[in-house]
Design a protein around this ligand. Structure first.
Ligand code: ATP
Ligand code: MG
Length: 568
């Protein structure tokens, strides 16, 4: 390790601890968990993972790594109606892609159905659970309000024997869905509504994606979660803030039934501006065909971000950068975009591509001649080297880089004006060719032979540098330009409006007439590029050799025009 690296590492260690790390270190001091740190990431397989889950994954696996501990992947699959193996597979893929590994610790809450059933029977035997025959609306009515105590159910005094018998028959499928429910017997006047005899088992006759028709009853989240944590030896059960009010119930259940009692810790969920994050809403976008699937590059899903060209490193850095908070807030989407821009700036090869072509003919450049100019692959990475780009008498430039009647500070091309073509020559616009409708279809220009980049003896100063491609030495590509999916900062934050009312109609533009320099190998789909002056792009999965398709990952913040003629 070099001195600099050691320095950085020491500085990292001294970085102040976040509040979860502080709790862990206190536990380590007090020997609460014998210095062990064992976390879990517990997705419900009812949808694809999104950037909020990525935050939770980075946090749970990150803490395990930091404290030499372990992190389990646990599918919290207690609701057969909404869950599916398609989601299980995608979750596995996404966690791995983010760079984390659960080794042989892939667990399912459904694996514990037998144990959880036995735990429920133990509660019944202790007189701490009962079968309630009332309909759910009646039970809800009896819950009371936060300021008014609830009413005890007439079935609350059933004997353990009767409850055991009924519970077993619920399991055996003797009763209809909704006709009976198992409730914990806690306190109907507790100030915490979750402690007012919460439901812990309900009847569901839907087959489960893993246990099939074996069970007619399923445990509720609050009952299954803490016990699953205990079964797996989890030490720190990290969840989002809305579970804070469930913590007394989490602890009550474990206190009645198990010796190993994990610590639940809550942190603020990630909210991103211009984004909806709930799986239910994302599913609505997919099923309503507002987007083209879970992995549509405009989606905040991990698979969508992956297809958009995000790297795992950029998402991990983003997660680290935003930290963990104890109070809800909204993170600016620009911060996520900053993370990927920063990463791609280091690793993406620069290439030239014209997305809205305007033909330029160099009238004084020989027609059957061409030359190779040297282009830098990545100014941030000297080892990336250079490549040759072919220059000829017929080129494309970007249509927006020409103006017939330019305003004063327009440093790009205009009639009589001069610009440098990057890595090549200075050119001067002599004439504008139009079609019958007055549309500009071509520029006639001349090139200045003495102005070749690297060997410029022309003494001409120009303020603009443009990217270009040779018409004969470029390949036609399709480019998909993405913008934010929603036009409102908080699309699901309006009481009287549906989040879909804020969808951005311009979130996808497909450009089919784009041209990319020939040097780019369109077979290697893993490469990422900076299309100079435009942004970062990657191959889309629809890409093929005959129809290369590129996605805009993120635009560049600045264009060369702003920093004028000093780049050539
Ligand atoms: P959603 O509300 O989007 O459907 P969820 O919480 O129901 O999400 P789960 O599959 O139950 O989704 O979540 C798995 C884990 O990911 C949980 O520990 C949950 O707290 C965490 N998680 C979910 N959304 C976020 C978020 N936006 N920020 C941080 N963690 C999250
Ligand atoms: Mg959930």
């Amino acid at each position: 390790m070099s001195a600099t690296e050691r320095n950085i590492e020491e500085r990292g260690e001294r970085k102040s601890l976040n509040f979860i790390e502080q709790i862990i270190e206190e536990h380590n001091k007090s020997e609460r968990f014998n210095q062990k740190v064992h976390t879990r990431f517990p997705p419900e397989p009812n949808g694809y993972l999104h950037i909020g889950h990525a935050k939770s994954i980075c946090l749970n696996f990150g803490l395990a790594n930091k404290y030499n501990g372990k992190c389990n992947l646990r599918f919290d699959d207690t609701n057969p109606a909404t869950e599916d193996v398609e989601y299980v597979d995608s979750i596995r893929e996404d966690v791995h892609w983010l760079g984390f590994d659960w080794q042989d610790r892939e667990f399912y809450a459904s694996d514990y159905f037998g144990q959880l059933y036995d735990f429920a029977c133990s509660l019944i035997k202790k007189g701490l659970a009962y079968v309630d025959d009332q309909p759910s609306d009646e039970i809800a009515r009896q819950k009371g309000t936060p300021t008014q105590p609830g009413t005890e159910s007439p079935f609350r005094s059933r004997t353990p024997e009767e409850n055991l018998d009924l519970f077993e028959r619920m399991k055996n499928g003797e009763f209809a869905e909704g006709s009976k429910i198992l409730r914990a017997k806690i306190d109907m006047s507790s100030p915490n509504m979750h402690m007012r005899d919460p439901a812990i088992y309900r009847i569901r006759k839907t087959p489960h994606h893993r246990t099939g028709g074996a069970w007619n009853i399923y445990p509720m989240y609050d009952f299954a979660h803490g016990l699953s944590d205990s079964i797996e030896g989890i030490t720190h059960s990290i969840c989002t803030l809305e579970f804070e009010v469930h913590r007394p119930l989490y602890e009550w259940i474990n206190n009645q039934l198990v010796d190993h009692k994990p610590q639940q810790i809550e942190f603020a969920r990630l909210n991103l501006s211009y984004t909806v994050m709930s799986k239910r809403k994302l599913k609505e976008l997919v099923e309503g065909k507002y987007v083209k699937g879970w992995d549509d590059p405009r989606m905040p899903t991990i698979c969508g971000l992956r297809r958009r060209g995000y790297t795992p490193e950029s998402i991990r850095n983003f997660s680290e950068r935003i930290g963990v908070a104890r109070r809800d807030g909204i993170i600016d989407l620009a911060l996520l975009e900053h993370s990927i821009r920063e990463d791609l700036n280091r690793r993406a090869s620069r290439v030239m591509s014209v997305l809205d072509p305007l033909k330029v003919t160099l009238v004084n450049y020989p027609e059957n001649y061409s030359e190779e100019v040297k282009a830098i692959n990545n100014p941030e990475d000297p080892e990336a080297g250079t490549r040759n780009v072919t220059f000829t008498h017929e080129l494309y430039i970007e249509r927006e880089d020409f103006m017939e009647n330019p305003p004063k500070k327009f440093f790009r091309l205009s009639p009589g004006g001069m610009v440098r073509l990057k890595y090549a020559y200075i050119i001067k616009c002599l004439d504008v060719v139009k079609d019958d409708h007055g549309n500009i279809i071509e520029l006639k220009c001349e090139y200045i032979p003495e102005s070749k980049s690297g060997n410029d003896t022309s003494n001409i100063k120009v303020k603009g540098t443009l990217h270009w491609v040779s018409i004969a030495h470029s390949q036609q590509i399709e480019v998909r330009i993405y913008d934010r999916l929603f036009m409102d900062e908080e699309p699901d934050g309006h009481k009287d409006k549906d989040f879909k009312d804020f969808l951005n109609p311009e979130s996808l533009k497909i450009l089919k007439n784009c041209f990319l320099e020939q040097s780019v190998n369109t077979v290697d789909l893993k490469q990422r590029f900076q299309f100079e002056r435009k942004g970062y792009f990657c191959h889309d999965k629809d890409s093929s050799v005959s129809n290369p398709v590129f996605n805009l990952t993120v635009p560049l913040r600045d264009s060369w025009a702003k920093i004028s003629g000093n780049v050539n």
